[in-house]
Design a protein around this ligand. Structure first.
Ligand SMILES: Nc1nc2c(ncn2[C@@H]2O[C@H](COP(=O)(O)OP(=O)(O)OP(=O)(O)O)[C@@H](O)[C@H]2O)c(=O)[nH]1
Ligand SMILES: [Mg+2]
Length: 538
């Protein structure tokens, strides 16, 4: 009786609100009906909450942050592009970190020297299998344009070989030490540790490529099988580079602070920051354990080795083009081995550190009246087994910068020497532009390493010996670069699920700061405009 009167009071009170009245339970509801109603209401609330959450997420995506993914095969220039973003938008942070790159630059130089010495080995042992191929450094895997493997060419004898090897012996131990310093404790491989997003699943976890995100299975990129018969590739692997832990490339991953050792642990003496605002340390040259001393002591022999005409001839015979990888430091030995060497911006841009997994960088970027939009740029590992980690980032990305190193038409992948690098880039590109989930995402294509392409064509390397489809067209830079632009452009045109999507193509050399900063500004404006357009639609 009492219950009925309460219910009628509530009913009366709610009569002024028709919606509330309509939502009231029926007056003669049974226990089962009540149970079913409550269950349905809980279910409906769950659905409504998840819709609210999605709307919130979309608003956030459009208003407060811009997400950009850097994609492309390994060594395409993704991390270098990220460094250019840093240099442009957070120059003081970039400069603060310069000193930490000393370790990487030293290691790049010492490895280049060892690779030269390996190439001079009087006798070579044939490589029997391709086990552990991912650990090989790209420049040690080369194509012989005449179809004859370089190892089959009887090499020029280098008269000073034994002398070089003996005098440069200390660099072997130094390489080990630097590799160990830059390695994550977990994987015994040199790593750089950046910040890694904690909310993403499947990160750097190759074993679970389709781990669910937001309750959905993550989309995967399918890399079609290639037809290697179309490409006259004769991969050759330097025997000295096989099955050797020290040949593992230095890598950067999340979770491990690769920079720390070079601020703190390199020598035995404690070092203090130069001033309160700088992470830079000084006085390392007073520490007898610092690598600068070994490098300095070996400098003259390194210079002699690199300038020895017999050595150059031998490298040419073996088609070992060190200038296409970290070899650029060989031209700077006196400066880099100076005890007080502080890396310049261009040294940091050229220093090679392979990325593993996905590294997130955040910038606050303002433009016009739009002040302080947070940009999250994701730099991913580009090697084949790393690509599974890309897909979880597709569903809320605003823009993709895809890098294709067009100078690599005569090279093969480090992780699979049967695959031509340019062919891999084209297949990856095709797969990306045809992905439905990305149909509304802005895509910028950087046809990168144009400086190396120009230099390579100038030395007489012919594109048609590596890409039959090029036929008898002119082998000059303009013809070749335009050919690549049309090829990539046509794939987008033919496979995009969204005909309205514009494709922005740039010829780049991302180690060149002046030109790249102009391109980055242009890319930034396009992304901001697109973001504002999508904001109006919300
Ligand atoms: N000459 C020249 N070198 C370049 C250019 N772009 C990148 N490099 C160099 O190529 C090497 C590889 O570049 P990264 O930026 O590390 O390549 P990545 O795409 O991040 O490679 P992963 O991390 O393995 O996926 C570095 O030593 C760069 O300095 C370019 O346009 N010209
Ligand atoms: Mg990288």
């Amino acid at each position: 009786m009492r219950k009925n009167s309460t219910s009628s009071i509530t009913r009366r009170r709610n009569n002024s609100d028709p919606l509330a009245a309509a939502l009231l339970p029926p007056p003669n509801e049974t226990e089962e009906e009540r149970y079913a109603r409550l269950e349905a209401e809980t279910e409906a609330k769950k659905k409504s909450d998840s819709i609210d959450e999605m709307i919130q997420k979309d608003r956030k995506k459009s208003r407060n942050e811009v997400k950009v993914l850097l994609l492309g095969q390994s060594e395409s220039g993704k991390s270098t592009t990220l460094k250019q973003f840093q240099l442009l938008h957070t120059p003081s942070a970039f400069h603060k970190e310069r000193i930490a790159w000393r370790a990487v630059i030293y290691l790049n130089l010492v490895r280049s020297i060892r690779r030269i010495l390996d190439a001079l080995l009087p006798e070579e042992t044939p490589v029997e299998d391709h086990e552990d191929l991912d650990s090989l450094e790209p420049a040690s895997i080369i194509i012989s344009s005449n179809g004859r493997p370089p190892s089959a060419i009887s090499g020029t004898k280098v008269s000073n070989y034994e002398l070089y090897r003996r005098r440069l012996e200390p660099l072997v131990a130094l390489e080990e030490r630097l590799t160990h310093l830059l390695s994550s404790p977990a994987d015994d491989e040199p790593v750089r540790l950046g910040k890694q997003p904690v909310t993403r699943e499947g990160l750097a976890d190759d074993s679970s490529p389709s781990s669910p995100r937001n309750g959905r299975p993550t989309p995967t990129i399918v890399i079609p099988n290639h037809d290697s018969s179309r490409y006259p590739v004769t991969p050759v692997v330097s025997p000295a580079a096989t099955k050797n832990r020290k040949n593992k490339e230095v890598t950067v991953q999340g979770m491990h602070n690769w920079k720390k050792p070079f601020y703190l642990d390199l020598g035995s003496r404690s070092k203090s920051p130069k001033n309160a605002h700088s992470n830079e340390i000084e006085g390392w040259w007073e520490d007898p354990n610092d690598p600068c001393h070994t490098l300095n002591a070996c400098a003259q022999t390194m210079i002699q080795l690199w300038q020895d005409p017999q050595v150059r001839k031998r490298l040419e015979e073996k088609r070992l083009r060190l200038e296409e990888s970290s070899g650029f430091f060989l031209d700077e030995i006196p400066r880099i081995t100076a005890k007080m060497f502080i890396p310049r911006d261009e040294d940091v841009l050229k220093a090679r550190l392979k990325t593993m997994g996905v590294v997130e960088h955040t910038f606050l970027i303002s433009s016009g009246t739009n002040r302080g939009v947070e940009w999250k740029i994701y730099d991913v590992g580009g090697a084949r087994h790393q690509r599974q980690a890309w897909a979880p980032y597709f569903d809320d990305v605003n823009a993709i910068i895809f890098l294709a190193p067009i100078s690599a038409f005569d090279q093969v992948l480090a992780e699979d020497p049967r695959v031509n690098r340019l062919e891999d880039s084209l297949l990856l590109w095709k797969s990306l532009v045809s992905t439905k989930l990305l149909s509304n995402v802005n895509i910028m294509l950087f046809l990168n390493k144009c400086d190396l392409l120009r230099a390579k064509l100038d030395t007489g390397v012919r594109l048609n010996q590596h890409m039959l489809s090029y036929g008898d067209r002119s082998n000059d830079y303009d013809s070749v670069s335009n050919y690549f632009r049309n090829k990539f452009g046509a794939l987008h045109q033919n496979f995009t699920p969204n005909r309205e999507r514009e494709l922005y193509i740039h010829f780049t050399s991302v180690t060149d700061t002046r030109r790249t900063s102009l391109i980055i500004s242009n890319v930034r404006d396009i992304i901001i405009k697109a973001n504002l357009r999508s904001l109006k639609l919300v």
